[in-house]
Design a protein around this ligand. Structure first.
Ligand SMILES: [Zn+2]
Length: 73
């Protein structure tokens, strides 16, 4: 059977967005905020890669890609 294996992007854990903090110092004191931006590694898709491969069972594919999402393709 064909199994479609989707591997999460390691940079954003599959969210497609990364968060970073920016901050500085003004006369009023320090400031800091969170900035969310599209993940550059996966262009916001959240997927590192999608592989379609042939396996006898889903479990067999699971052995090879332990953390990936998969479904019958
Ligand atoms: Zn990413």
């Amino acid at each position: 059977m064909k199994i479609e294996i989707t591997i999460d992007c390691p940079d954003c854990d599959g969210h497609g967005k990364t968060e970073s903090t920016v901050g500085g110092w003004t006369a009023a004191g320090p400031w800091m905020k969170y900035v969310t931006h599209e993940c550059h590694h996966c262009n916001g898709t959240g997927n590192e890669s999608v592989v379609v491969d042939d396996y006898d069972t889903l479990e067999e594919a699971r052995l090879e890609y332990t953390d990936a999402k998969m479904r019958a393709a």
